[in-house]
Design a protein around this ligand. Structure first.
Ligand SMILES: NC(=O)CC[C@H](N)C(=O)O
Length: 222
């Protein structure tokens, strides 16, 4: 599996994501935002967490107009995989690759702690290693993690089984407790919690590792 991780000025989880993919056995390239092409044969694009462009305008809004983002959109339109975590999820909503929007946390504070999540679908290559209803402990670290979708969009996401994770104790005001959503073709996942920060014994938590292992076995056998 070939993974390409986008790096924007202000990204700060790019190397953690690289390590998580590599531990699962992927070959990883780091791609600077000014590059206009993804490496040949890229299977999955990782859009990492952080504070791209200092979170100016809105989190992810400037990154959504970076040169490399055009290649990301073309990759996704061809049916390629993408995983956006935290600021990466914000970038995926700003590009409209994923629906909905991430607003300021309801308590207006930056929240950094490990929270319980429930897996809501196992029908994706990101979540196939878990069972529906399984609880995971995954770190969050954001001030704009309040996922908002109107009633119509929420009904659509629910009807199409595209809600990947929900919060057990909603930390940020997200509608329907939604912590992560899938694209219609189930090949793009955006989520605010950080599975790459829970992927190694040295991090004191391996609850997120199955995402990377599951992706690798899906993409290697494809
Ligand atoms: N860890 C992150 O990716 C931070 C996300 C984002 N910039 C926020 O604080 O909301």
């Amino acid at each position: 599996m070939k993974a390409a991780i986008l790096v924007f000025p202000g990204s700060n989880c790019d190397r953690d994501l690289k390590i998580a993919f590599e531990k699962a056995g992927a070959q990883v390239s780091m791609v600077w935002h000014k590059d206009d092409a993804l490496p040949e044969g890229t299977d999955i694009v990782g859009v990492p967490g952080g504070f791209s462009y200092g979170d100016y305008l809105r989190c992810g809004a400037i990154a959504a107009n970076s040169p490399i983002t055009r290649s990301l959109k073309a990759h996704v339109e061809r049916g390629g995989y993408a995983l956006g975590i935290c600021n990466g999820f914000q970038i995926l909503t700003e590009t409209r690759i994923l629906p909905g929007a991430l607003l300021r946390n309801a308590n207006l504070k930056y929240i950094c702690r490990t929270v319980p999540l429930t897996v809501r679908t196992a029908d994706s290559d990101f979540t196939r290693s878990w069972e529906v209803g399984q609880q995971l402990q995954i770190p969050i670290a954001h001030h704009d993690g309040n996922y908002q979708a109107d009633a119509e969009l929420r009904a659509q996401l629910e009807g199409e089984d595209r809600i990947a994770f929900t919060y057990d104790e909603n930390p940020n005001g997200s509608a329907g407790d939604i912590a992560g959503v899938l694209s219609a073709n189930r090949r793009v996942l955006g989520m605010m919690p950080h599975p790459e920060r829970a992927a190694d014994e040295a991090q004191g938590n391996t609850d997120g590792r199955a995402m990377f292992d599951g992706l690798l076995s899906a993409l290697v056998s494809a």
